[in-house]
Design a protein around this ligand. Structure first.
Ligand code: SAH
Length: 356
């Protein structure tokens, strides 16, 4: 199937992936086909993993051949460029897009779950100092079908239904707003993953958090805080200069008011930068009275960044302070570390190897 992938960078060839059943039905009818073929097409796109129209064997052969000769649409699947499995079962993929760009996706199996860590951009313009993707610069936004493809690819290769989605791959989701919201709708309605099982992670973009709240989705918003003060935050997150912590927290409060949903605050622990017990206390103070949950992420080493992962003792001391202040806290245990698990690392190393 994979070898069959035909993708074209031509703008005239439009992707079918990302369209709803009624949009697909409209399209088949416009092609002179009976409307029930819309439901078939939907099933082959989202459940059977068709990669080209020729794969759809329930379609008349003559019609399929006609398309192969002169395609005006394509399914819109990406190619699997690299696939690595780690000892703990995490599977990492580099996907090649129609224009040759490479994007990273991870499948993370846990007891009954299969979580996909999805990218929304090729690279990232936010340039957070400790992040491998941020170090690699920005190429472009992903199209809606390129976001959805990642979920289908993991489902196909791991032969298990995807149960959870985290938008924590490459890129800043709220900078690719329309395609993010469009992809969430398809992942929910057409692939069948519950909104409550979807998490969108953002470093915070001015005006976008209240805008996202107004979508009234049931997804979880995770905000990358990483520091309890503006000063420390601006040290590691360049965009914090233009969007100060106080404004971010106001927007988070507005989000909770509009949606009634709690926010998950992500906090990457960097030894000697933001991991002291005093900073844990400041963090507890910053988010007091807030419907939230803190997710601590011990730093994953990125080769050319100058940070260190805190010791287990320091991590536990940080947790204890937060618990003392009744903050709901968990520590994200990194999986797949040996396969360059940190955000953007696999792609970064792949590029370096190519440059040699
Ligand atoms: N742009 C989004 C998604 C980024 S990836 C955001 O900023 O939220 C998901 C999380 O992993 C973010 O909180 C990000 O800051 C964090 N992260 C990135 N690189 C990391 C590293 N090397 N170690 C630990 N956490 C990292």
């Amino acid at each position: 199937m994979i070898a069959n992938t035909l993708t074209s960078a031509s703008t005239k060839v439009l992707p079918l992936l990302g369209r709803s059943q009624s949009e697909l039905t409209e399209w088949v009818v416009a092609q002179g086909q009976p409307s029930y073929r819309g439901k078939q097409l939907h099933d082959w796109l989202y459940n059977k993993g068709a990669r080209s129209l020729e794969d759809i064997t329930v379609f008349p052969k003559a019609w399929r051949e006609e398309f192969a000769q002169n395609p005006t649409v394509e399914i819109g699947r990406s190619q699997i460029h690299l696939h690595k499995t780690t000892r703990d079962g995490t599977e990492k993929f580099l996907l090649k897009l129609a224009d040759g760009e490479i994007v990273e996706t991870v499948g993370i199996p846990t007891s009954k779950r299969l979580t996909v860590c999805v990218s929304t951009q090729v690279g990232c313009p936010m340039a957070c100092d400790f992040c491998a993707t941020g170090k690699g610069g920005f190429r472009r936004n992903l199209a809606k079908h390129e976001i959805i493809d990642q979920v289908l690819t993991v489902q196909e290769v791991m032969q298990q239904r995807v149960s959870h989605i985290v938008f924590m791959g490459m890129g800043e989701p709220l900078l690719n707003y329309e395609n993010l919201v469009g992809a969430i709708a398809v992942i929910n309605k057409d692939i069948g993953i519950g909104q409550r099982n979807i998490t969108v992670s953002t470093v915070g973009i001015p005006n976008q958090i209240p805008r996202f709240a107004e979508e009234h989705l049931q997804v979880t918003l995770a905000v990358s805080l990483h520091a309890p003060t503006q000063e420390v935050r601006a040290q590691v997150i360049p965009s914090a200069d233009r969007y100060p912590l106080i404004a971010l927290m106001d927007d988070c409060r507005e989000y909770v008011e509009i949606t009634g949903r709690r926010i998950s605050f992500e906090y990457t622990l960097l030894a000697g930068v933001n991991d002291s017990p005093e900073q844990a206390e400041e963090l507890a103070y910053l988010i007091r009275g807030f419907q939230s949950h803190v997710n601590l992420i011990p730093y994953n080493t990125v080769s050319d960044a100058d940070y260190k992962r805190p010791t287990e003792r320091a991590i536990q001391a940080f947790v204890q302070v937060l618990e003392h202040y009744k903050v709901a806290v968990s520590v994200r245990r990194t999986r797949g570390l040996e396969a360059d698990a940190a955000c953007g690392q696999l792609r970064g190393q792949h590029e370096k190897a190519l440059a040699k």
